[in-house]
Design a protein around this ligand. Structure first.
Ligand code: PHE
Ligand code: NA
Length: 453
């Protein structure tokens, strides 16, 4: 094994890891995907399962990933190899690391398209392109944004460029320096949004939609979607958290950091829902209108509100910041891996990886225009990337992570790294050994329709 700078790189600031990991977790998943999925899967039935998955599966798996990253000190592949070596078990467990790296990269390929929407709406809100006043006009605007491969491709290319530029500068000089201002910026903008939403009223119906549980709406599809989204929203099984964990200084508490990151992520998703659904209902819109939901309903709502023009800009800048602090985390695993195993500099590697990313992301982008009719197996490229990563790769990666931390790896090594009371250790192990595997397997079986047999 060659030596490398990544093996010793660490976050500089006291809050480096927390800012970067929260930046990774809080993203389009919270503000774009969570609301539209909740809408598609009928509201509270989805939300309850989602919350259960975060608590019983997401948090323990996130702790395991940070433990692996910090103990193994490297990309998912390298860290898992090191863990396997220390535990004297098969190096094949590091295949989970390969899948995670691939998963993070594939997510990024469609994520840049959505982040491109966000950036383009910042521009529209500043240049006077919003303010259309009615739903139909916004639906048309969203359609037009997608209709031209040049426009949509241009925006997503910009996201790819910014992402690779930041990552190319390095963990400390690129990622940490940027999350240091992006995350506080995001929090300030979000606070403005929440105060604003609160005074605009109408929480009632939105809150009922999010929290009034109706078991009849619980379907196999909703279960699988909620499980997959719990992984997605916490950036799990994609190499992001594990790799950031590799840069975590030794004395930081993994358990409390994990709880903090998961809590922030959950609160922001719920607040996004509380801000969005009242608007949807107040304007008689359909909560199940899919990925375009926030790009059609929100700008229209802003039109009807005092200072709406400014708030629209605030909102879309916030969304763009959230997206960028996530997108950089999706590719860091791949860059860290290549940095250790090739002779190229980080800068050169980010150019090369950026080119591959750009090519695949353009295919995802074309799903909204020229390639919209190309639906092998019934889905566009964009939908396939989303479906394969969230519904299958992430739950599978989470399952393998739980098995490694619960059954396979050296228990003393895990215990030393986690350094928690025996109560917390016991709870963690119980969740990893029993709750996580059983939950994931049952949901898989249910989704595959084996119940019927
Ligand atoms: N957690 C991010 C979000 O909610 C998405 C993400 C997935 C980021 C995987 C990194 C890795 O938007
Ligand atoms: Na998230």
């Amino acid at each position: 094994m060659s030596n490398s700078s990544t093996a010793t790189t660490q976050w500089v600031g006291r809050w480096g890891f927390v800012l970067a990991a929260t930046g990774s977790a809080v993203g389009l998943g919270n503000i774009w995907k969570f609301p539209y999925m909740t809408g598609e899967y009928g509201g509270a039935a989805f939300v309850l399962v989602y919350l259960a998955c975060i608590l019983a599966i997401g948090v323990p798996v996130m702790m395991a990933e940070i433990v692996f990253g910090r103990r193994g000190r490297g990309s998912p592949v390298d860290a898992l190899k090191a863990m396997a070596r220390e535990s004297r078990c098969s190096p094949l467990w590091s295949l989970t690391g390969w899948m995670a790296m691939l998963c993070g990269f594939l997510i990024l390929c469609f994520y840049v398209v959505v982040a491109g929407w966000a950036l383009s709406y910042v521009w529209k809100s500043i240049s006077g392109g919003l303010g259309l006043g009615n739903v139909e006009a916004y639906q048309a605007l969203f359609g037009a944004t997608n209709a031209s491969p040049w426009t949509l491709g241009g925006w997503s290319t910009l996201v790819t460029l910014i992402t690779m530029l930041i990552v190319g500068k390095g963990v400390q000089e690129g990622i940490e320096k940027n999350v240091n201002w992006m995350m506080p910026g995001l929090v300030v903008l979000l606070a403005v949004m929440i105060v604003y939403a609160f005074f605009s009223g109408g929480f009632g119906e939105g809150a009922r939609f999010l929290f009034a549980f109706d078991p009849s709406k619980l379907t196999a599809g909703a279960l699988l979607a909620a499980l997959g989204h719990a992984f997605f929203t916490l950036s799990l099984a994609s190499g992001a958290i594990l790799t950031y964990g590799a840069y975590l200084p030794a004395h930081r508490s993994i358990a409390s950091t994990t709880v903090l990151v998961a809590l922030c992520d959950t609160l922001i998703a719920l607040m996004a829902g509380l801000a969005i659904f009242p608007i949807i209902f107040a304007n008689g819109m359909d909560p199940s209108s899919g990925p375009g939901l926030i790009f059609m309903s929100l700008p229209m709502a802003f039109d009807h509100m005092p200072f709406g023009g400014i708030i629209a800009t605030v909102f879309f800048i916030m969304l763009s910041l959230a997206a960028l602090t996530s997108s950089i985390s999706m590719v860091e695993a791949t860059i860290a891996f290549l940095e250790r195993h090739t002779r190229y500099s980080r800068r050169a590697l980010s150019v090369m990886v950026g080119v591959v990313l750009w090519i695949i992301s353009m295919m995802a982008m074309l799903s909204f225009n020229a390639g919209a009719d190309w639906t092998p197996g019934g889905k566009t490229v964009f939908d396939w990337l989303d479906y394969l990563t969230s519904r299958w790769m992430m739950p599978l990666g989470g399952l393998l992570t739980a098995i490694m931390a619960g059954y396979v790896f050296n228990r003393q090594a895990l215990k030393d790294e986690l350094a928690v009371s025996s109560l917390v250790w016991g709870l963690w192990q119980f969740a990893l050994r029993y709750i996580t595997p059983v939950g994931i397997v049952l949901i898989f079986i249910d989704a595959l329709g084996w119940w019927a047999i």
